[in-house]
Design a protein around this ligand. Structure first.
Ligand code: CP
Length: 337
């Protein structure tokens, strides 16, 4: 995959070499993300951060990543606050915004919308989530986290056993992550969801055609010999009605007691977040917060590294980031206090 000047719209663009490239660049970003030093490699560049659907970590981490590379961020949030609400096309919006920015990150509630937008853009567009379809940067940060967690436990992604739980129909993060994992060898998938919210058939076919072992079930039962337990939220915003979503709320909860009953003591717990902490949902209980295998905040931290890497690669500065290193006054102050 050629990164420079190109869009990042789908995980289908990636192979193992291009994934490794992103991970190698992400590894170099840690001192900047920790604010131990800074780089001004993107001084003068502007990110157009367009979020037409709610977001906390994707939007803020895209902006943070760009700032950490020395660039500036301009953003719009919410459909109602943009001219899309007046009937402007995605094409026109893209043509306008690509005159104001050097790269665009975008989220939109409709599947395929970010690709449609990219057709009108003259600069790289990075998909921050398009409806139930894809969330490629989340999948990359999840995979990056899986690799780090596996390394910690002396393993690799090849040979991984991952259990995915919850809304596997509308959960775009599990769609994108499954597709990336299908590029590896001998991965075992245990897919646990209400049958109405099962993983789409095309993704199941892709996993099976690539030779992976796939178990589909509507019950969390017995001992699940998984390395990773990837929990998800019921994507209530994708259901035709709230009543329909309510049927599934709280159906697959994970707390310390359930974790101990069904998983190994070293099983890593992941969730793309946000977790729904309301009492009737609570799919990932606070009583797991002190469990050292809970990787959810390592995932969110890794999101900055991976998004920094994608900006550096798409803007073609990945090899000169350290050339523009600067000392950081604030980190020195922090160390002394
Ligand atoms: N994981 C994720 O996409 O979170 P946000 O909706 O907060 O961006």
């Amino acid at each position: 995959m050629e990164f420079k000047g190109n869009h990042v719209l789908s995980v289908n663009q990636f192979n193992r070499d291009s994934i490794q490239k992103v991970f190698d660049v992400a590894n170099q970003m840690a001192p900047y993300a920790l604010r131990q030093k800074r780089t001004t490699v993107l001084d003068g560049a502007i990110l157009g951060n367009l979020f037409f659907e709610p977001s906390t970590r994707t939007r803020v981490s895209f902006g943070t990543a760009f700032n950490l590379l020395g660039g500036e961020v301009r953003e719009t949030t919410g459909m109602d606050n943009s001219a899309l609400a007046k009937g402007e096309s995605l094409y026109d919006t893209a043509r306008v915004l690509s005159g104001y920015s050097d790269v665009i990150a975008m989220r939109h509630p409709q599947a395929g919308s970010v690709s449609e937008f990219a057709e009108g853009s003259r600069i790289p567009v990075i998909n921050g989530g398009d409806g139930p379809n894809e969330h490629p940067t989340q999948a990359l940060l999840d995979l990056y986290t899986i690799e780090k967690e596996r390394q910690y436990h002396g393993g690799t992604i090849d040979g991984l056993h991952i259990a995915m739980i919850g809304d596997l129909k509308f959960g775009r993060t599990v769609h994108s992550l499954s597709k990336l994992l299908s590029l590896f060898n001998n991965v075992k998938f245990t897919l646990i969801s209400p049958s109405e919210l099962a993983m789409p058939d095309d993704i199941l076919a892709r996993l099976e055609n690539a030779g992976h072992e796939v178990k589909v079930t509507d019950q969390l039962e017995g001992s699940v010999d998984a390395d990773i337990c990837y929990q998800t939220r019921i994507q209530e915003e994708r259901f035709p009605s709230q009543d329909e979503a309510n049927k599934y709320r709280g159906k697959f909860r994970l707390n310390q007691t359930i974790y101990t009953k069904h998983f190994q003591s070293k099983t890593v717990i992941m969730h793309p977040l946000p977790r729904d902490s309301r009492a009737d949902a609570n799919e990932l209980d606070n009583d797991l917060n002190m469990n050292p295998n809970l990787a959810i905040f390592r995932q969110t931290d890794n999101g900055v590294l991976v998004r920094m890497a994608l900006f550096a690669l798409t803007l073609g500065v990945d090899n000169i980031v350290s050339k523009f290193d600067r000392a950081v006054n604030w980190y020195s102050n922090k160390s002394q206090s």
